[in-house]
Design a binder for this molecule. Structure first.
Ligand SMILES: *Cc1c(COP(=O)(O)O)cnc(C)c1O
Length: 324
């Protein structure tokens, strides 16, 4: 193994980094040496020890030739459930123990009071998406948050009634948009505007996105894009799409399921109006992990939650029980 140190950060795309490493190691970009070298240089490599990695032999058998192998899996499925952190058992045991010993007091007692379980991670999450602490909430699942945000931001009028999104958006987002339109008595034919890649191309060109916003923007109420497209991996230019949408008077929101924890985000500075994401993809949480919702603070006065319960109500008085 070579022992030279490389500063990889300013080099741009993953492909150019791999090519540079390969040329320094005098091998091909696809050689194992390159991957091993990148592992060796990885500042986060110690974190691998913190996770359980399934063994091939413990998985449901698919290929009989693999069943005997006592090897670790190569785990690429972080998109729907990450590897189990080794500390999970300890944390869960602590909470079960607290429930056994303190019962209902667990809601507001101990180092992780259950009723406030979201609050101890808000600051960390605000950093990840580039928002102020007060602009985000951790709650529900992603699609529920998308609906709640759309209920507040999608207020169609006869002149401005469309939602613009990518063609082949994530199915759940597509259904959510369809049902938002139906909820307002609008037809998908007239009000669901989808932008397609050019014939023979997989990804969307920025110039085409800007062109459709320019052409249709006056009738678009909400632009809803993903940050990173789940299928093609395309990273959209969030600040440019946001700016273009604002110039046409649209609200601009992003589904960051594949962007949160994966790419750098500055939702507040980019003036994104709203966003949602989940924590079980690049953020590696487990089943039932809380999803996120963000609203830019410039909307705090004008955009109100459409549906209110404990958690949509004023924080300080929500438990006062004075409304009977
Ligand atoms: C994973 C994913 C979702 C999932 O939504 P859930 O409500 O958590 O099931 C939604 N949108 C996108 C773009 C996703 O990648």
């Amino acid at each position: 193994m070579n022992n030279f140190q490389m500063d990889l950060s300013p080099l741009g795309s993953p492909a150019s980094i791999i090519e540079m490493v390969a040329s320094q190691l005098a091998c091909r970009p696809v050689d194992e040496q390159v991957a091993l070298h990148l592992d060796e240089e990885d500042g986060l490599k110690h974190l691998r020890q913190c996770f359980h990695i399934p063994k091939v032999k413990d998985l449901p058998p698919t290929n009989p030739a693999l069943v005997k192998a006592n090897e670790n899996c190569i785990y690429f499925a972080g998109n729907s459930l990450g590897l189990q952190p080794k500390k999970i058992k300890t944390y869960l045991d602590e909470e079960l123990d607290k429930w056994a010993k303190a019962g209902v007091h667990g809601h507001f007692y101990g180092k992780r009071p259950w009723a406030l379980a979201d609050e101890c991670i808000v600051e960390l999450m605000a950093d990840i998406v580039g928002a102020h602490k007060g602009e985000i909430a951790l709650m529900n699942g992603l699609t529920v948050n998308l609906h709640l945000l759309m209920l507040s931001f999608f207020k169609p009028t006869p002149d401005r009634h469309k939602i613009l999104l990518e063609a082949k958006a994530f199915p759940s987002d597509h259904y959510a948009v369809e049902s938002q339109l139906q909820f307002h008595g609008l037809s998908t034919e007239k009000s669901m505007l989808m932008i397609q890649p050019r014939e023979g191309e997989e990804t969307l060109r920025m110039e085409d996105i800007l062109a459709i916003i320019e052409k249709e923007g006056d009738s678009v109420a909400v632009i809803l894009f993903s940050g990173v497209q789940y299928y093609t991996g395309q990273l959209f230019d969030i600040p440019r799409i946001t700016k273009a949408g604002h110039e046409k008077g649209c609200f601009v929101g992003f589904d960051l399921a594949h962007a949160a924890g994966n790419v750098e985000l500055h939702l507040h500075d980019w003036e994104v109006d709203f966003a949602c994401w989940c924590s079980y993809k690049y953020l590696n949480s487990g089943a039932g992990g809380l999803a996120g919702a963000y609203i830019h603070e410039k909307h705090f006065q004008s955009v109100k939650p459409a549906l209110i319960g404990w958690w949509g109500h004023e924080y300080k008085t929500r438990f006062h029980m004075e409304n009977m």
